[in-house]
Design a protein around this ligand. Sequence first.
Ligand code: FES
Ligand SMILES: [Fe+2]
Length: 374
Amino acid sequence: MSVEWSEAEQAAGWSLPARFFYDESIFQQERLRIFFRSWHLVGHVNELRTPGDFVTHDIFEQSVIVTKTKEGEIRAFHNACQHRGNRLIDAPRGHTPAITCAYHAWTYALDGRLRGAPRTECLKDFDKSRHGLKPVRVEVFASFVFVNLDPNAQSVAEMAPGAQAQMRQYLPDLDRLTLIEQVDVPVPANWKVIQENSIEGYHFDYSGPVHKQLVKLIDFDGYRLEAHDKYWTYVGPPRRDVTHAYGLPLRDARWQTDWFFNIGLWPNATIYAFPYSDVVGTFIMNPTGPETSSLRFGYYGVEGRSVPDVTRACIRWMNEELGPEDIRLNISNQKGLRSMGFEKGRYLIGDELNNRSEHLVRHFHRLCHDAIRS
Ligand code: FES
Ligand SMILES: [Fe+2]
């Protein structure tokens, strides 16, 4: 079976060959060449508000600790003790005055410096300053915190010029968000299958009743999907006749935007707002194997503001209706990609069908293909 995807095939609209969605060696290349070199969204700055707050984030077997230091800085480290390598923190988040290893009690300050190491005073020439935690790149972009295992990676802002301005246009409360809920959902599908599904509108009319509800909330004719190299947006303007959303009247409701706004950052993070919902969502496709993923849904409200009923209804609708409708498609798509009877197909790409065009799918597949073949 072919694992080539030539320039000519790409230009002619032939899709990325099916093997890219289940082959173990391609998956290992993605691990090294995409995920170990790219930015990973770990949370919002407000999850690291107070010195001592930490979150941990896994990128496959690699675990990263992100801390807020006494000086108020955000720092990130590999989650490995510098004595004999013990993993330091298992909890996904918490608060601690210092990081103490559970094995022999080496203790690190929140900025990674080794503070205490019992009985090492017996060692000749033991220099604590040479045994601090190994740092990891960390950046704040549009008030979200990102880490990258590649010390030489370009910054998020360099990778996604113009992205922050678009986020601020649609998400006015970006700086004041607070985590309401985080849900991890295992999905038996390749991570790219899940991404593809979220970056095309072709399936909205055909794939189930919940998608049709979404189409009724926006002016679908005006839905635009735009590629900007390492980020992409898909945005639907409001319909002016909407009076109800997610089963509730809009009267007295409050929202971030009445648009359907989504921005995808290479490779696997989406930040979005559903219309008439006072919540900013994050949607992260974490691969766990060639044919398995873990989807992380984050829901962020605005600090100091109660969550409106329409917003709660929206979150429930996402978790229990729209999400499952898409996940069923992801699972059946993965099964079909495994068929001996499918190798590649034709993307539906055309300027005149922007709202239904699959150009973002090709754009994303090209980024993946280029990274794997680099
Ligand atoms: S491995 Fe951490 S103190 Fe020994
Ligand atoms: Fe969908």
